[in-house]
Write a protein that binds this ligand. Structure first.
Ligand code: PHE
Length: 495
């Protein structure tokens, strides 16, 4: 039976979905601190450089590939070269491992949206989060049972994701993002305005923006900038290829990539204003330096921020709810995208209907995510996240740019995107994909590998790092080749 591949309803719908994938937890809790710790205002130079030499060029590449070859990542790579399908499955497997813990962080954000109403975290948000809420045990192998308080919001996160994906590209994913994205921008603008008008906000913003140009020659701020751009734009994750495989025949690619990149960066800046304005206020109230009030990651969002909200007086309930709602919305739209990357791959490979693929995949992912809702969840999450970010993504991205840049006719993709886009890309694009990005990713891959071999991550026990880190990487790599070995059941889609 010949069916038509699904399509986005409108160009805006596609851009909002791509932006929805890009804007996520990473923009709100990761970006502000990565920037502040890596030279403040001076960080924006490598950051913009990374956006223009890697982020947007790879977005153009992935949008172009998906649009031209009309397939999920494994199918698209197998069309470039029949031996390359595994690379797509690597990326899909990375997506799977991210999805199962990302969902749990969204569950925390949902809980905290309600807690925000009454500041249920009390005077000691750290004890509340790690103890009362997470029930954190003594180590990664002490599971300590499921936390009831996480289960219900986790179910909710999966139900929303399921509903969006089950209803299809246009009727589900596009609709969800058309709601989430505008709502998210409105919320973050409200928080940013309140944030920067608080007393002490200037100290926070100074901390964020004060340029420290002496750091500009430090390679670390360059790898931090590239890392942030890759994670934030969701490139090399199979996601943007899947999303653009639903573009109509004649659709702009170059312009859409620039819009997506700039909206993501713009949102990060707004989040930076919001977060550091409020942290500056807290530091002011407590009479300490901004540098002392917290650190990046879960600690920032679920411990430092609640503490900062406690200092806001009458505004506390409003900002408490809005902040965690923004995390929830940003997270959900990314979670939808990360699951779609995998679901599209299974639909393409095994000729499954959307409804069947979504039902099976989401059920499996939801069950696997339960591990992270146990008392050891945070440890496991921390390890899996570290390995996926430092190796999974970096290596999948590196291999992608090398294969497509050096072993494929990159010019043919350039010609394709130029033929359908409002404005054309020149040879700078080829230089970015063939030279700049592989050199930087290659360097990051080596440095990360040396770092992890030298010192065990965060001092976790070796067996935990093996089973939750290295072994996960082995599953990703072998899984890719195993999936490639299965026969593809073509769906005979009409163009
Ligand atoms: N880009 C998202 C963020 O900034 C993260 C993400 C990673 C989304 C992987 C999807 C896949 O949080």
């Amino acid at each position: 039976m010949a069916q038509q591949r699904e399509q986005w309803g409108t160009r805006t719908g596609f851009v909002l979905a791509a932006v929805g994938s890009a804007i996520g937890l990473g923009n709100i809790w990761r970006f502000p601190y990565v920037a502040a710790e890596n030279g403040g205002g001076a960080f924006f130079i490598p950051y913009l450089f990374a956006l223009l030499t890697a982020g947007i060029p790879i977005l153009i590449l992935e949008f172009g590939l998906g649009q031209k070859y009309r397939g999920s990542a494994p199918l698209t790579f197998s069309k470039l070269n029949s031996k390359w399908e595994w690379l797509g499955w690597w990326q899909v497997l990375v997506c799977f491992f991210i999805a199962v813990y990302y969902a749990v962080i969204i569950a925390w954000a949902i809980s905290f949206t309600f807690f925000g109403l009454t500041q249920a975290w009390g005077d000691n948000p750290s004890d509340f989060f790690f103890g009362t809420y997470l029930g954190l045990t003594g180590g990664p192998f002490e599971l300590g049972g499921l936390q009831a308080g996480i289960l219900i919001p986790l179910l909710l996160a999966w139900v929303v994701t399921f509903a969006a994906l089950y209803s299809g590209v246009k009727g589900g994913i596009e609709k969800a993002n058309k709601f989430f994205m505008p709502a998210l921008f409105i919320i973050i603008i409200i928080i940013a305005i309140r944030g920067i008008t608080l007393t002490g906000a200037a100290d926070g913003l100074n901390y964020l923006f004060q340029p420290d140009f002496s750091k500009i020659w430090d390679y670390k701020i360059w790898t931090a900038a590239y890392g942030q751009i890759f994670f934030s734009l969701s490139v090399c994750f199979a996601i943007m290829i899947a999303y653009s495989s639903y573009l109509p025949k004649k659709s702009d690619v170059v312009n859409n990539a620039f819009i997506t990149g700039f909206m993501d960066v713009g949102f990060s800046l707004l989040a930076g204003l919001a977060v550091f304005g409020i942290l500056g206020h807290m530091a002011h109230v407590q009479g300490v330096g901004v540098a002392e009030v917290g650190k990046a990651g879960v600690g920032l969002a679920f411990v430092t921020f609640p503490a900062a909200i406690n200092t806001l007086g009458a505004f506390a309930p409003v900002l408490g709810v809005l902040f965690f709602l923004s995390l929830t919305f940003a997270g959900l739209s990314s979670l939808i995208s990360i699951n779609e990357a995998a679901i599209a791959a299974f639909m393409d490979k095994f000729s499954l209907s959307r409804k069947k693929a979504v039902s099976i995949y989401i059920a499996v992912a939801a069950i696997c995510s339960l591990v992270f809702a146990t008392g050891a969840g945070l440890y496991i999450l921390d390890i899996v996240d570290h390995f996926i970010n430092n190796f999974g993504i970096v290596f999948a991205g590196l291999i992608q740019v090398i294969l497509v840049g050096w072993f494929f006719n990159l010019k043919s993709i350039q010609e394709h995107v130029n033929a359908i886009s409002d404005f054309s890309v020149g040879s700078w694009w080829i230089v970015c994909i063939k030279f700049i990005t592989p050199i930087i990713l290659g360097y990051m891959a080596i440095m990360n590998l040396i770092g992890d071999l030298k010192a065990p991550y965060e001092g976790y026990p070796g067996d935990a790092l093996f089973w939750m880190g290295w072994f996960v990487m082995i599953v990703v790599i072998t899984g890719g080749f195993i999936m490639q070995a299965f026969k593809t059941q073509s769906r005979d889609l009409k163009e």
